[in-house]
Design a protein around this ligand. Structure first.
Ligand code: ASP
Ligand code: MG
Length: 594
């Protein structure tokens, strides 16, 4: 019998009427011939209320006791949902994380799932029950209750769907799916019928805020089709799948992270290993670095910029000041009034000129771009926070995201597992489960076909990136990776890669532009190697970038350019070192290669 996992978030079980409505949805799915597992969150804002309560007692509640406290929220909901199903004349049983057998590590308040046993759930399902599972919680080796981090019920739901080889995982929430951007900021935002895991991953932490990112990583890893839909209607929502059938669109969505801070380490000696000193010190403070941009500088000193959540700035600056001293760098500089705007789309990889369009649209509104980072399917720019909402609206309009793409959509949804099948034996899922929360590196790609161009010392005013790239596009040169960074004296440095055969043409254009703008002549490297580490869990495993730099430094390979996104770290090194760099990275990540 097909198995369906349905997850109801806090707003979908906020009161008794909503609980009864959720119960009816579960019963209906069962009547339609499914075995149904329902995963629930705490009612309404209960988790927040519990956190408040703890704060009234102490500023620093022990993490173990926080988990003890927060897990009660879900325990209340599962009992009530089970009662609701009983009251409607059907069989149901509620189970806590411990009763299901969700084993986690002991990192209280952000534990990682290690294993899940399906035996109890299967037995209860076979006896005709709707199984009501508490989201967000597990149990560690010493039988202590753990929680999976805020929003963790999504993770529970997708994880259960994976171990049970469920046919789908339905996420019921108060919105009817995924939109091209946040409709509260951009009212023209359009509902998406389908989106790929990769696009969703890039959008999720870019501020789309629809689903817990780790749960999408899971879904991708185990090929679980996820259906995000409204608990208050029967409208179809958004299917998150490996390959959406809507093609032909370069950009599928846009997102913003409003509260970021930029930190720049200036004048770092340009030698192997310098960058890691910075990253190591920051990750040691457990600060998640977001955009990372490093550029080569003409005087063989590099400037490294990265962004962190605004709240983490004071923490980060301490770490950076240490690094500056240790490295003999020139100093550091920061700005906590910035926001990140990103556009995402699988189609970007095949359609040139997307970056230039984004830069130009922003320039036309007089919005200055402070930093740029790109990957195959994402372009992010940093702008002053006061322009964030306008910038988001601008790019949404530029790519006509409010309009249904003209491409054909076929009637059936393909929802294959990563390996092309839909059913995997239990034993295999359980074996894979062990790696569930681990980092998976899917590939370390090497591209030896490119050259690098760097224009340094650009005045920091709106429209320059747009101007430079539109001239280059005009010359018929397709730009790949773009990194813009903040340099000394507040100047911007832009580096990018282009096909080797186009270097000369591109340099001529760049030289003309640099001259017009009063900058020194552009620097270039005729042959670079671009390495792209692509994987799942890169963001939740903050050490990936650090490990990558360390591995390269150990081989004496200098990193010329860095660009990161949610699912990729791209680095550019000297062309002679491509193979050596790839081997070093494959060795470094051998344990994580899926
Ligand atoms: N109740 C938890 C929270 O509010 C887990 C969840 O809702 O997914 O974060
Ligand atoms: Mg909640």
């Amino acid at each position: 019998m097909p198995i369906l996992v349905q997850k109801f978030g806090g707003s979908s079980v906020a009161d008794s009427q909503k609980i009864l409505a959720a119960a009816r949805k579960a019963i209906r799915a069962q009547n339609e011939g499914n075995q149904v597992v329902v995963v629930v969150s705490a009612m309404g804002d209960n988790t927040d209320l519990l956190i408040d309560l703890a704060k009234q007692i102490t500023d620093q509640p022990p993490a173990r006791e926080m988990d003890m406290l927060l897990s009660t929220g879900e325990q209340v909901s599962v009992a009530l949902v089970a009662m609701a199903i009983h009251s409607l004349g059907h069989k149901a049983i509620s189970l806590t994380g411990a009763q299901i057998g969700i084993r986690t590590d002991s990192t209280h308040t952000k534990a990682r799932i290690q294993t899940i046993s399906t035996e109890r759930i299967r037995r209860a399902l076979d006896e005709g029950n709707v199984v009501i599972a508490a989201g967000f919680q597990g149990i560690d080796e010493s039988l202590d209750i753990t929680t999976l981090g805020r929003g963790g019920s999504d993770t529970t739901a997708v994880a259960l769907a994976a171990v049970l080889s469920a046919d789908a995982c339905e996420i019921y929430t108060d919105v009817d799916g995924v939109y091209t951007t946040d409709p509260r900021i951009v009212p023209e935002a359009r509902h998406l019928r389908q989106i790929s895991y990769d696009e969703m991953l890039e959008l999720a932490t870019a501020g789309a805020g629809v689903m817990h990112n780790r749960s999408i990583e899971f879904a991708k890893k185990f090929g679980v089709p996820v259906h995000v839909r409204s608990s208050f209607s029967d409208q179809p929502g958004t299917m998150i799948v490996a390959e959406p059938e809507i093609v032909g669109q370069a950009v599928c969505g846009a997102a913003m992270i409003k509260n970021e801070a930029r930190v720049t380490v200036l004048g770092v000696p340009d030698r192997p290993g310098a960058a890691i000193t910075v990253f190591r010190k920051v990750t040691a403070k457990n600060v998640p670095m977001d955009m990372i941009a490093q550029n080569v500088a003409a005087d063989s000193r590099a400037d490294i910029s990265f962004t962190v959540p605004r709240d983490e700035l004071p923490h980060t600056l301490k770490a950076v000041e240490d690094a500056v001293k240790e490295l003999g760098a020139e100093g550091c500089d920061c700005d906590d009034e910035v926001a990140k705007i990103s556009i995402v789309g699988l189609g970007m990889a095949t359609q040139p000129g997307v970056a230039e369009r984004m830069f130009r649209a922003l320039a036309e509104k007089g919005i200055n771009i402070l930093m740029i980072a790109t990957s195959e399917i994402k372009i992010s720019v940093l702008v002053a926070r006061e322009y964030a909402a306008e910038a988001l609206r601008t790019v949404h309009q530029e790519f006509q995201l409010d309009q249904e793409p003209p491409a054909k959509v076929s009637g059936t949804l393909r929802v294959p597992l990563a390996d092309g099948t839909r059913s995997v034996p239990d034993t295999m899922v359980v074996a894979r489960m062990e790696k569930m929360e681990k980092l998976i590196i899917e590939e370390v790609a090497l591209d030896e076909s490119q050259a690098r161009v760097t224009v340094a010392g650009l005045p920091d005013i709106p429209g320059l990136a747009a101007q430079v790239f539109s001239e280059i596009a005009e010359a018929g040169v397709v730009v790949d990776m773009i990194v813009q960074n903040v340099g000394r004296q507040g100047h911007a440095n832009i580096s990018f890669t282009v096909p080797q055969k186009d270097l000369e043409r591109c340099l001529a254009v760049a030289a003309e532009q640099a001259d017009l703008l009063g900058c020194p002549p552009p620097a270039s490297c005729p042959r670079v190697s671009k390495l792209s580490v692509f994987g799942v869990g890169m963001k939740s495993h903050a050490t990936v970038a650090t490990r990558l730099f360390q591995a390269l430094a150990a081989e004496g390979i200098n990193v010329e350019l860095i660009g990161t996104t949610e699912v990729r770290v791209n680095v550019v090194v000297d062309g002679r070192h491509g193979e050596k760099a790839r081997a070093a990275l494959l060795a470094e990540f051998a344990d994580a290669m899926g």
